[in-house]
Ligand binder design. Structure first.
Ligand code: BT5
Length: 262
């Protein structure tokens, strides 16, 4: 087994973590922990929750995340954060760290699909789900911290799943076996690096430089409809700018992007 509490302890030294062989969702566990211990500013480092299997893995907007036991890296980090303007930076940071990690082991065609997917040649390798808790204080809501959940396909066989044409795993992409604990340690190092630079232009530039849809016609599905246009640019808060057929520029802050339209 390439991902156990003992192996993680060996690799991470004194860094705090919780490992579960099975849980419902690492994001839900992290959100509970954050609600119980809201003084995240006092924490020295990001807290880590990692699992081998989720029974209710979450995607965005009520969707689910698929990963059989033993096949994926699934983790949530509680990152101290007090400035709500930094929130979108956390999804940026997660996707960027995963993209860099995949590149560093030789995965081909690494790109970030706005806003939260890491892809290999257009197929989904990983998704990032950021969720925040807000603390009511003196009539205003105060940010406690943010949970950044990441699911990375390491050796999922998608052939008999609905994701056969849309998803990809790292091992077949690089052509050899990988150790999930090594991947975790590498990823955490990159997250720490970018978290320390969370307000910097360099984080934004590095994320933007890996986006794979700029300049192309796209459709963005939102709960209240579809917007189509040319994906023109992004801003430092992570929003996407589309130029529609009439030449009108629209700012989109959330949604699912697909190639096509216009
Ligand atoms: C995401 O949502 O991509 C965020 C996924 C975050 C998962 C992690 S695992 C650890 C942590 N704890 C949790 O409970 N969640 C986080 P979204 O963009 O909504 O994409 C979800 C969609 O991707 C699904 O509806 C499927 O179509 C597809 N999908 C599901 N599992 C997949 C997989 N393993 N690989 C590729 N695509 C998948």
């Amino acid at each position: 087994m390439d991902l156990t509490a003992a192996k993680i302890r060996d690799r991470l030294g004194s860094r705090p973590f919780k490992f579960y062989e099975q849980c419902a969702s690492t994001n839900d566990l992290a959100l509970e922990l954050l609600a119980q211990h809201p003084l995240v500013e006092a924490r020295a480092a990001a807290e880590l929750i990692c699992t081998d299997e989720q029974t209710k893995g979450k995607g965005r907007l009520g969707r689910s995340w698929y990963a059989p036991p033993g096949t994926a890296l699934m983790l949530s980090l509680i990152l101290p954060l007090t400035n709500r303007h930094e929130l979108p930076r956390m999804t940026m940071l997660g996707a960027l760290a995963i993209a860099e990690m995949a590149e560093s082991i030789g995965a081909p065609g690494v790109g970030i699909k706005w806003p939260n997917d890491v892809q290999l040649n257009g197929r989904k390798l990983s998704g990032v789900l950021s969720e925040a808790n807000w603390l009511a204080s003196q009539g205003s809501s105060q940010l406690q911290g943010v949970v950044v959940g990441m699911g990375i396909n390491v050796r999922i066989d998608f052939s008999d799943t609905p994701f056969a044409d849309s998803a990809v795993s790292l091992e077949p992409a690089v052509g050899h076996s990988l150790d999930r604990t090594d991947l975790l340690a590498d990823l955490l190092g990159r997250i720490d690096y970018w978290y320390a630079r969370r307000s910097s232009d360099s984080l934004f530039e590095a994320w933007r430089g890996r986006l794979n849809m700029l300049g192309q016609p796209v459709e963005v599905r939102q709960p209240d409809g579809v917007i189509s246009g040319i994906a023109e640019s992004v801003d430092a808060d992570g929003a996407l700018y589309l130029v529609d057929r009439a030449g009108v520029r629209q700012r989109v802050i959330a949604g699912d992007v697909a190639l096509g339209g216009v």
